[in-house]
Write a protein that binds this ligand. Sequence first.
Ligand SMILES: NC(=O)c1ccc[n+]([C@@H]2O[C@H](COP(=O)([O-])OP(=O)(O)OC[C@H]3O[C@@H](n4cnc5c(N)ncnc54)[C@H](OP(=O)(O)O)[C@@H]3O)[C@@H](O)[C@H]2O)c1
Length: 329
Amino acid sequence: MKNFESKQWNLKNYPVAKIGLEHFELITTNISGGTVIQNKFLTLDPFAKAIMAPGHIEKDGPIISDAVGEVVQSDREDLSIGDIVVHKGGWREYHALGKDEWYLKVPDTSIDLTYYLSILGSTSRTAFIGARNILKVQPGWNVGVSGVSGATGLAFAQMAKFEGCNVLGFTSSLEKANWIKDNIGIEVIVSKGLNHAQLSEETFKVFPNGMDAYQEHVDNTHLFNAMTSLKPNSTIALCGLMRTYNGPMAPGPNLNMSIWKNINIQGFMLANFPKEDTIDKFFQYMGQKLPKFKWKQSTIDGIENMDSAFLDMFQNFDKGKIIIKLQKW
Ligand SMILES: NC(=O)c1ccc[n+]([C@@H]2O[C@H](COP(=O)([O-])OP(=O)(O)OC[C@H]3O[C@@H](n4cnc5c(N)ncnc54)[C@H](OP(=O)(O)O)[C@@H]3O)[C@@H](O)[C@H]2O)c1
């Protein structure tokens, strides 16, 4: 049985409001026994901030995110040394895979492995569930999505477009809007600085009859607009509230609209959907559609830089999905 020395980022303190470098600690641990994965690429997940609270992540315990790595020791029949897997034990060099822990054996190792953290990763699988299972988007529908330049938003917009929907994305800068219009070919509104009433005015210019479905990724201002701009009997897929994870909540939407217009708001977590939808159907779909997708990703070298990269993620730079490449590889 080998001993694996592994650098790992722990959550040193629970952030009360904003997170800073003081909340992270890079430690060295030793792993021996069991099934061990040597991580090759890690990624950053905004939701990690939302769950940095008692009951979710333990204080002085490891932070989690998606990762791709190679099995270097196995005590189980379903995994062999050399297998490449996606799993949730990021923020560390080696991960001891728990008996009941989720993992995915990479279906095709000839594909760039970083894609399993970006376009083939959990953000696209979330977009897939939002579009297909929650909103059940139909050809000809007017569909809105906030945070459209993000990994989930961009994948969602393209999935809805491929289904034959008219898609309207909300983004924070003209530069991002132009890239999306040129590369994805959907309508885009620059929402930064607009209040919900101004957003609704702009939304009705694009969809005079309103939206049929909407996926939220950003904040209450966008949600408020959705309440106003959606048609009766429609659905909001509440996927995330990115701007609130490391900043204050904006004033809330008028939820009375949900009553008057019979709008259904459905929050959802990817992890609560069955493998048949999140893996089998997703990879079947991507097997045909991957060449049509456009996305952004950027690479950072070294686990040592992961804490500052995580803070940068909340600055809303235009880097796409951030992949951490471990220097050992
Ligand atoms: N429910 C689930 O199971 C699940 C799974 C995965 C992700 N999510 C959620 O989906 C949302 C997007 O996640 P992601 O991984 O796609 O993130 P991402 O790639 O980092 O994109 C987030 C996007 O949000 C927008 N944004 C607005 N204010 C921001 C701020 N202050 N800082 C950073 N970004 C800001 C930006 O788009 P614009 O500039 O275009 O506005 C940004 O591109 C998050 O709320 C996340 O929690 C939920």
